[in-house]
Structure formats: structure tokens, C-alpha cells
Design a protein around this ligand. Structure first.
Ligand code: NDP
Length: 300
């Protein structure tokens, strides 16, 4: 099955056993008849540099990067694309001619999932959370033509710092951002504590939960918004994909809102990584099936 021509791909993180990326990517290779294999590598912090150099030595084509290495790995890479540089985090590495180049496809994945339901032009987006996923999604939404971005978080200092970073970094990159057709430089960026949610979503268009509230096994954890404050004009995206339908999404459905599961972001960020590595469009339905099968096994 594998031979000397098999191309090695993988995920580096710590821990990695919760991930379904290997099932998702190996399903792509199988369906397209590619002689590739994708493995999970549990890499401890002190071994990150060695892992990147080892990958170069072993002619690995690509890595995905997950917690806790998405930021630290920047120090070990040779080049970054523009978005990864703005976000300050990498979830995809492409190795070519012993050069390791970093990308961030998390935000692209989330935006692609939202764009299936609505355009982002002139929309007000409310993001819950200010961690790694929030950071990638904040930058990506901020350059997608929205008029207002509000970041709400349990720890106010983190929401403040992310919103300030967003504002400052967008300003520093205005010249380059002219190449992004959708970007509107007059975007308003605000922050606050989670209790501001009711007020902020009244005239909000898109609510994105990037906190881990509701993540398996805490699936019954009280969601940060319930049907009573959600409304039917909202698009509610939960980036959690385990469970496929979180309590927040169930509440959103009761309120008549449009819902988007985190599995879409997972699949589209994976498809974008695959395209970076191979130049080929990924078979989305194959990926969806592979993720569903993997999730069914986890839940058994
Ligand atoms: P981080 O640890 O960087 O951030 C976690 C965030 O959740 C912080 O804002 C934290 O707030 C908040 N939070 C945690 N517990 C609570 C709570 N009890 N009440 C309120 N807020 C809380 O994690 P990531 O950003 O990397 O990941 C967040 C989620 O996104 C995870 O569930 C992950 O699985 C999912 N994810 C999904 C992806 C996809 O492809 N669909 C990709 C990446 C992530 P505070 O700052 O106050 O601690």
C-alpha cells in the first residue's frame, strides 16, 4: 500500500488524539487515488523545532498545526503568507525545496461556511471568545467587507487586546489590503464582556461562537445565548464540531435563526490546506462523510 514514493503529511500538536484531520485527509487521498498518507504527530513544545527540521529532512509535503503550537511555530518557519502574518498564527505548513512556509486557513474556512448562507458585505458580526479561533476568524471577517466587528469574551483583557490588535494590524497593512476587493477600511471594531451579547446582537447579522462552551463532553453546558435573546434574522455559527449540533445551535433553531455547524469550518479549512499543498480542489462531500464517520466512532 505505501512505498518509497508515498508522500508524508500530518498534524502536529499536543495532544492530537481528539483530531479527525487524519480521517478527513486520508479520505481525500483515497478518493483521488493519491499515494499520500496523513498521520497525527504528538509533538511536545521542546521538540517543535526538531519536528519542523525533521519534516524538511524527511521531505514531508505539509503539516497542519494545532494547539498549542499555532503561534510558537512561527519562530521555526522560513516564510509566511500575508494572512498568517497578520493573524500571527499558522495552522498549515507547506514544505518546498527545504523551505517551510506558514499559512492560516482557519478564518478562510469559517468565512467560506458563512458565505454559503449570506454575503458579509456591510454586516455586523459578533464574535464570542478571544482565543486562537477567534483571532483567525476576526482578521478574516474584518477583511471580508463587514461594517462592524464586536468581540465579546469572558476575560475582558483578551477581547480588548484582540480588538486593538485587529485595528492596529489592519491599519499597518492598508496598502496590501487594497488588493483585497471586499475589504472596507472604515470598519468599526469593538469589544466587551459576554454580558453585552443581548445588546450587541439586537442589530447584529452574524453571531460566531468561538468559545469552547458546549464542547464534548460538556454538551449540556449552558450556552452563552438562548432562544430568548437570539432572533430570526441572525446567522449563528458555532465553530465547535463535536457535537455536530451544539446547544447554542439548537437554541438558535428555536429562535428561527439560520445555523452553521463548526464541521463546515473544519472541512473548508482542510480543503484550503489541501489546495495549498497540491493545487487540487478537494472533494468536499468525501471529506464531509469521513468527518461524520469519524465523529460517529468517537461518540460510540
Ligand atoms: P482557546 O483556548 O484559544 O480559546 C478558548 C476561548 O473560549 C476563550 O475565549 C475562553 O475565554 C473561552 N471559554 C472557555 N471556557 C469558557 C466558559 N466556561 N465560559 C466562557 N468562555 C469560555 O481555544 P481555540 O480558540 O483554539 O478553540 C476554541 C473552540 O474552537 C474549541 O471548541 C475548538 O474545538 C474550536 N475550533 C474549531 C475549529 C474548526 O475547524 N471548526 C478550528 C479551531 C478551533 P477566556 O479568554 O476568558 O479564557
Amino acid at each position: 500500500m505505501f512505498n518509497s514514493k508515498t508522500i508524508l503529511m500530518g498534524l502536529i500538536g499536543h495532544p492530537v488524539e481528539h483530531s479527525v484531520s487524519a480521517q478527513m485527509h486520508n479520505a481525500i487521498y483515497k478518493s483521488l487515488g493519491l499515494n499520500y498518507v496523513y498521520l497525527n504527530f504528538d509533538v511536545e513544545k521542546d521538540y517543535l523545532k526538531k519536528a519542523i527540521n525533521g519534516a524538511k529532512a524527511l521531505n514531508v509535503l505539509g503539516f497542519n498545526v494545532t494547539i498549542p503550537h499555532k503561534t510558537n511555530v512561527l519562530n521555526e518557519l522560513d516564510e509566511f503568507d500575508f494572512m498568517a502574518n497578520m493573524i500571527g498564527a499558522v495552522n498549515t505548513i507547506h514544505f518546498k525545496d527545504k523551505i517551510a512556509k506558514g499559512y492560516n486557513t482557519d478564518g478562510i474556512g469559517a468565512i467560506k461556511a458563512i458565505k454559503e448562507k449570506t454575503s458579509l458585505k456591510d454586516k455586523k458580526v459578533v464574535i464570542l471568545g478571544a482565543g486562537g479561533a477567534a483571532r483567525a476568524i476576526s482578521f478574516q471577517t474584518a477583511i471580508s467587507g463587514i461594517s462592524e466587528l464586536v468581540i465579546l469574551n469572558r476575560s475582558l483583557n483578551k477581547a480588548k487586546s484582540l480588538s486593538y490588535d485587529c485595528e492596529r494590524i489592519l491599519k499597518e497593512n492598508l496598502e496590501e489590503l487594497e488588493n483585497f476587493k471586499e475589504f472596507k477600511p472604515d470598519i468599526k471594531i469593538n469589544y466587551g464582556e459576554l454580558d453585552k451579547i443581548e445588546e450587541e446582537i439586537k442589530d447584529g447579522d452574524i453571531l460566531i461562537n468561538t468559545t469552547s462552551v458546549g464542547l464534548y463532553p460538556n454538551v449540556n453546558q449552558e450556552p452563552l445565548a438562548k432562544a430568548g435573546i437570539l432572533h430570526s434574522d441572525l446567522i449563528v455559527n458555532d465553530v465547535i464540531y463535536n457535537p455536530l449540533e451544539t446547544r447554542l445551535l439548537k437554541e438558535a433553531k428555536i429562535a428561527g435563526a439560520t445555523t452553521i455547524s463548526g464541521v463546515k469550518m473544519l472541512i473548508y479549512q482542510g480543503a484550503e490546506s489541501f489546495k495549498i499543498w497540491t493545487g487540487i480542489d478537494a472533494p468536499i462531500s468525501t471529506m464531509e462523510q469521513a468527518v461524520k464517520d469519524a465523529m460517529d466512532k468517537i461518540m460510540q
